[in-house]
Ligand binder design. Structure first.
Ligand SMILES: Cc1cc2nc3c(=O)[nH]c(=O)nc-3n(C[C@H](O)[C@H](O)[C@H](O)COP(=O)(O)O)c2cc1C
Length: 414
């Protein structure tokens, strides 16, 4: 891809925690424009078509608008850098290499909403991210633009780095809020949504780290520029965490809407050791699998959704023929079972039962009744938890049963 089209991963912005270097490369210009015309920020974000990169692809301006409209008072902006899902490694890269880009995005969100608390919520299992974020916020706190932002908001602004719990469940937005309040990261049911009832009951925005990182460029270069970076109707660029059986796994920033085939075979160099492509666990391992017939799919939120999957975080875990889908699914479901917080018995018990059945089948001890029990669980479990963990676990099991049922059957002993 042309360097020109890279926004987040440009070599010249990998300046680490050096704010001076970030500003010397055009950093801060987005915030300057935002401070000059704060009332226009929301419209620019809307016109740019920015959507959340943390999983659901929710329109960012729709998340910001109710917080901007809320009465003056305590308001929180949280940049979610928990990132504990297998196969996703983009947020840590941004925090390690361009933390100022992320912070500038969060400060622009504060300008748009008149928020007086900005929190970078960072996974402590990624100590370099944590360290970089801490160094970076210290520099912003004494920078002139920060003082200007405080004048706009009408009081002091707290800008803090808070280590996350480092638990998978701790990345769910209501769990993030509980954790920022100082409690255990237990998710709660929504509504109320964070915009109405967030940290200590105050209006709160929780955005993914990558979402925040896109914001300074949009303000600096304009909505049309951002839209033009994507392919077709898709706007902007996207970070894809490519892993698994490909020759060149890694983090790629590509136009939103790049095809799966281009990502895997052009950028990823194709399959390892001439292996045959089989499937992709897409957007993290909690979505419907994409298979050979989906190689042409454009990797943007809507096109992936049309294939009944989700772009999610942009994680793409590629598996080759010869790799057991049952084993992979068993591994991921075991991750979900361990990650379940235990508040909702159907989630804790359900993920454990899924794991037990998958393990029996995978290790050649399964019978037909186990397969039927697996299918039954896929029918009854969705929607039984207060957050999306159980639904994600069921989706990957159900999808593998639909698309690779023969593999399950071949492993049964009776
Ligand atoms: C179990 C679970 C874990 C999650 N973990 C993360 C995470 O680590 N980082 C993240 O940004 N979003 C995570 N999410 C999604 C968040 O709840 C939320 O949708 C996201 O932070 C919103 O940001 P966005 O609008 O910028 O995408 C998780 C969701 C669930 C259900």
């Amino acid at each position: 891809m042309e360097q020109l089209n890279q926004v987040l991963l440009r070599d010249d912005v990998r300046v680490g925690a050096d704010l001076g270097a970030w500003l010397a490369h055009g950093g801060g210009e987005g915030l300057t424009k935002a401070l000059r015309d704060p009332l226009a920020i929301l419209a620019v974000i809307e016109q740019a078509g920015l959507r959340g990169m943390g999983g659901a692809g929710f329109a960012t301006h729709r998340k910001w608008a109710p917080v901007a409209a809320a009465a003056a008072g305590e308001k929180y902006i949280i940049c979610n850098g928990n990132e504990d899902e297998p196969g996703t490694f983009k947020d840590r890269y941004l925090l390690e290499h361009t933390p100022h880009q992320v912070i500038e995005g969060a400060l622009i969100a504060a300008a748009a909403t008149r928020a007086n608390h900005v929190v970078l919520y960072v996974n402590p299992h990624q100590p370099l991210s944590l360290n970089m974020a801490r160094q970076a916020v210290q520099q912003w706190r004494v920078h002139a633009q920060f003082a200007e932002l405080e004048r706009l908001v009408g009081g002091t602004i707290s800008l803090d780095v808070i280590p996350s719990s480092g638990l998978y469940i701790g990345g769910e937005e209501t769990a993030v809020i509980a954790s920022v309040e100082g409690g255990f990261p237990f998710p709660r049911r929504k509504p109320p949504y964070p915009a109405e009832h967030g940290v200590h009951g105050s209006p709160t925005i929780v955005n993914n780290t990558e979402t925040m990182a896109h914001v300074p460029g949009i303000l600096r270069h304009g909505a049309q520029w951002y839209r033009s970076l994507g392919i077709g109707n898709a706007a902007g660029t996207k970070l894809y965490s490519l892993s698994g059986d490909v020759l060149r796994p890694g983090l790629y920033e590509l136009p939103m809407g790049t095809s799966l085939e281009t990502l895997v075979f052009e950028h990823g160099g194709g399959m390892l050791q001439g292996k045959e492509f089989k499937a992709v666990f897409t957007g993290g391992p909690s979505n419907t699998l994409l298979t050979k017939r989906d190689l042409d799919v454009a990797l943007d939120f809507d096109s992936v959704r049309q294939r009944r999957s989700r772009l999610g975080t942009g994680a793409m875990i590629v598996v080759s023929e010869g790799t057991s889908i049952v084993r992979k699914v068993a591994e991921y479901v075991s991750f979900f079972a361990q990650g379940s917080c235990g508040q909702c018995p159907p989630c804790k018990g359900g993920t454990f039962q899924l794991m037990r059945l998958l393990s029996r089948i995978d290790t050649g001890r399964g019978v037909r009744a186990d397969l039927e029990a697996l299918e039954n669980l896929c029918r009854i479990l969705p929607g039984s938890g207060r957050c999306g963990l159980i639904d994600g676990a069921v989706t990957v099991v159900e999808s593998s049963l639909q698309q690779f049922r023969g593999e399950y059957e071949a492993l049964l002993i009776a």
